[in-house]
Design a protein around this ligand. Structure first.
Ligand SMILES: Cc1cc2nc3c(=O)[nH]c(=O)nc-3n(C[C@H](O)[C@H](O)[C@H](O)COP(=O)(O)O)c2cc1C
Length: 439
């Protein structure tokens, strides 16, 4: 962020707006997951808090192991964000889409359309996907190949967004000219993965390009993010790993000739918030008491690189020989299994605690406290080189979102750490990002 007085950026993930036990809490309205009204309420609470953006994660499959006890059913991101675009006016709309299972022309026109209908609030969380192979009939490519395809995918999508000059649409009724076709050009791309002639069939959108977001954390993932991402989502259970990631990404971004200040780095943060610390702990205990440990073990095994943890004592630590030897050789994900391995090897770690971590906040930064305590912790990370803000992963809803917006945000605003109103109307305005010129 431009180094005038820095203020935090806060995005909110609304994919599974309840950590995995919380949907069973009395107050949770998770059962309304297919109603637009449910999502509009969440989006409008977030916009009331002047949050930068809403984020929808996605994986193109229904996890059969999780179907019974987890709220797996979800609306497709671009469809949901398009609907939310009509019920909100400022908040950014970031959706996940895969470069492994989509085509550049399709995604380029979908995000350009979302950017047009939202008045410039679209963002794309670029994933190479580690799930979904069975629904697309293609084997999961090795990680380097997935990122190589993603690299070309971004080049093609960007060229398509730039295939119209900003002033190509003229609508000159007298002359009978709708578009100045001298300002629209094919891209004629032919590469290892894609052959795309173009141009795009929609004029250049308000932001030029949707904001590009990425969440890879392995060496290859970080390299990709350093070249393309304007907003980076991270996963860090403690301030030390957040500072390591933040510092390393700034070095990598500078090393490829980009300005680190033009990239916003947001670790996930999953807080249990109560009006008092005691209340927050009560909510956490309630959510944890609703966890299904048998199902939790299955999920943890997957997140740790598809290892076998069966037959182990819940209240003992995981024996090191049951942990993945080298996470850098894993084909689907590398960074998250490494994060869990580090947590499993930490003193005092038990299998039960690992399952709670996995099901309640998936290894992200977890907080429990009053609004004042939550604000203090966010300020500590923000002012000590660990982040530019957070990607809020609500641990309990709707109460956790309401108390964050109505009690934590005002504290951050009083401390001059968060905006009191939106600076502009586009997501790029909120993030202080320049609008890219058509190349
Ligand atoms: C906050 C956050 C959100 C993510 N959202 C998604 C998602 O929606 N879909 C997905 O396939 N992967 C998602 N991921 C996973 C990353 O895109 C990436 O695949 C993973 O971090 C492995 O990266 P690596 O290949 O660099 O190890 C997310 C990761 C983080 C930290």
């Amino acid at each position: 962020m431009p180094s005038t007085e820095r203020t935090m950026h806060i995005s909110m993930a609304i994919t599974q707006p309840d950590s995995l036990g919380s949907w069973r809490r009395e107050v949770s309205k998770a059962a309304e997951f297919a109603s637009l009204d449910y999502w509009v309420k969440i989006a409008q609470i977030a916009e009331r808090g002047k949050l930068d953006s809403l984020f929808i994660a996605d994986a193109p499959e229904a996890d059969m192991d999780a179907l019974r006890t987890r709220q797996v059913p979800k609306l497709e991101p671009i469809v949901l964000l398009s609907a939310l675009a009509t019920q909100t006016s400022n908040i950014g709309l970031v959706g996940t889409a895969s470069t492994s299972y989509s085509e550049p022309y399709t995604l380029a026109r979908q995000f350009a359309a979302l950017d047009h209908i939202s008045g410039g609030r679209a963002g794309w969380n670029i994933v190479t996907s580690f799930l979904g192979t069975r629904n697309y009939g293609v084997p999961l490519a090795a990680q380097p190949d997935r990122y190589a395809r993603a690299q070309e995918f971004i080049e093609v999508a960007t060229a398509l967004w730039d295939s119209w000059a900003d002033d190509a649409v003229v609508v000159d009724k007298a002359a009978g000219i709708f578009v100045d076709d001298t300002k629209v050009h094919p891209i004629n791309h032919s590469g290892a993965y894609f052959s795309v002639e173009g141009p795009l069939d929609i004029s250049r959108s308000p932001q030029g390009h949707p904001v590009l977001v990425q969440a890879g954390a392995s060496a290859t993932g970080r390299d990709f993010a350093s070249r393309h991402a304007e907003m980076i989502f991270g996963a860090a259970p403690n301030i030390e790993s957040a500072q390591e990631f933040y510092g390393d990404m700034h070095r990598r971004i500078a090393a490829v000739g980009r300005n680190p200040d033009q990239v916003t780095i947001l670790p996930g943060c999953s807080p249990y918030i109560g009006s008092t610390e005691e209340e927050a702990h009560r909510i956490r205990e309630e959510a944890l008491s609703l966890i299904d440990f048998d199902h939790g073990l299955v999920t943890l095994q997957k997140h740790m690189g598809n290892i076998d943890l069966s037959g182990l004592d819940l209240d003992e630590s995981i024996p090191p020989d049951r942990l993945p030897a080298d996470t850098s050789v894993l084909i689907d994900r590398q960074s998250r299994p490494q994060l869990y391995k580090d947590l499993a090897l930490a003193p005092g770690s038990t299998l039960r605690r690992m399952i709670e971590v996995c099901l309640s906040h998936n290894g992200h930064w977890n907080l429990v406290g009053s609004p004042e305590q939550i604000a203090d912790s966010l300020q500590e990370w923000f002012t000590n080189g660990a982040c530019d803000g957070i990607n809020l992963l609500p641990a309990h809803t709707p109460d956790g979102i309401e108390i964050f917006v109505d009690e934590v945000i005002p504290i951050l605003q009083r401390r001059g750490l968060f905006r009191t109103d939106y600076e502009g109307s586009t997501l790029r305005d909120h993030l202080g990002l320049e609008r890219p010129d058509a190349r």
